[in-house]
Design a protein around this ligand. Structure first.
Ligand code: FMN
Length: 345
């Protein structure tokens, strides 16, 4: 049971699944797993509508991050994460999923239409993903030095590939240092932009905030500048040099450093990237591995091609993450299903 009422969405119990209910009742319940997905700045930029036996996923562009994410690339990646959570929940409750991405060409906000397909028993792998949903969080604490087992690395690569993306492990001191330098340069460029700082500050909330979105102070790294600097400081001062130095070290020395990418760039690829991200994060969590993000060089236009070059595999890098073992962290707030559900039709 969560003590923070803004986190009550995490208290989802399987026993409440309406086994005897209609398909619409079941889908509404399964959305409780979808809303636990990660999203950029915890904007939760999704809306859902139940239509008969289908549920539709919509982009909520009122929650766009216009400076950090001007093309809504990460907004769609975040929605892709919610979609993967929904599919995993459908599998767990004994069905195949039927999912159509961008089913109406004239409606770019309608991202997916999903229904429960034939009955089917979940595999052990699918069950492990489901069990990891309530245990997954973005963990910004320092990780221990222990490296990730080779077998797990291969499985994470496979998890991304199954959803149409690729995952590149950045190994070797030279490659790591190059990516760490790009992360630091991304920090410097972003923090020098006051509009970036204003946008970030708007989504960072004190721990006693009533908000059911955004990033609470407690989710920052304990030793992080951002955890002690309030929104006023962030809005006012360029903390780029400090952030760059800290994140450079974190990138260079994390047990696992990965780039997740896709062959193409555009809405379909972003939805694939989101599903791949969520699947990879859940697979990692099933083996007690945490993750956090270092996307600065991908969000910075001039640096993204350099990340692509470093991966040396063609295609488009979408996210940079570090992986490893570390202390437990608390969940962050979520809006409830009722708050993201459009009236049924
Ligand atoms: C597409 C995407 C991009 C993200 N980028 C960052 C990032 O650059 N830095 C960061 O600290 N967290 C990043 N996050 C993590 C979110 O801040 C996090 O998912 C959100 O605050 C909710 O917290 P939770 O993951 O612990 O549930 C990103 C998440 C997603 C899905």
């Amino acid at each position: 049971m969560q003590t923070n009422p803004n986190c009550s969405a995490w208290d989802v119990t399987e026993a409440e699944y309406p086994r005897l209910g209609t398909a619409a009742d079941k889908l509404r319940f399964l959305l409780r797993y979808a809303v636990l997905a990660p999203s950029n700045h915890n904007t939760q930029p999704w809306m859902f509508q139940v239509r008969g036996n289908d549920v539709e996923l919509y982009a909520n562009r009122a929650r766009s991050l216009r400076i950090t994410d001007p093309d809504d690339r990460q907004l769609l990646i975040s929605c892709g994460c919610a979609l993967l959570h929904l599919r995993v929940a459908i599998w767990h409750f004994g069905h195949l999923d039927r999912t159509h991405l961008l089913p109406t060409p004239g409606d770019p906000d309608l991202l997916a239409r999903v229904s429960m397909g034939d009955e089917d028993s979940p595999t052990a792998q699918q069950e492990a993903l489901f069990a990891a949903i309530p245990r997954r969080r973005t963990n910004r604490q320092l990780f221990r030095d222990d490296s990730l087992p080779d077998q797990l690395q291969r499985e994470l690569v496979k998890a991304a590939e199954r959803e149409g993306a690729w995952l590149h492990f950045v190994n070797g001191r030279e490659q790591r240092n190059t990516l760490a330098d790009l992360v630091a340069e991304g920090d410097r460029q972003q923090w020098a932009n006051q509009r970036f700082r204003l946008e970030l500050a708007a989504w960072l909330h004190p721990n006693n905030s009533q908000a059911r979105d955004g990033i609470p102070n407690s989710a920052q790294n304990d030793g992080d500048l951002l955890s002690v600097a309030g929104p006023i400081v962030i809005r006012t001062f360029d903390l780029g040099e400090g952030q760059a130095a800290k994140n450079r070290d974190i990138a260079a020395y994390s047990p696992g450093l990965v780039v997740l990418g896709t062959e193409a760039d555009g809405p379909t690829a972003w939805l694939s990237a989101g599903q791949a991200l969520a699947r990879m994060l859940l697979r990692a969590r099933a083996d007690e591995v945490w993750a956090s993000f270092l996307n600065q060089p991908i969000e910075t236009l001039s640096l993204r091609p350099k990340v692509a070059e470093l991966c040396g595999r063609g295609g488009c890098p979408q996210l940079v993450l570090r992986l490893g073992y570390g202390p437990n962290v608390n969940p962050t707030p979520r809006r409830t299903v009722e708050e993201v559900l459009l009236p049924a039709v």
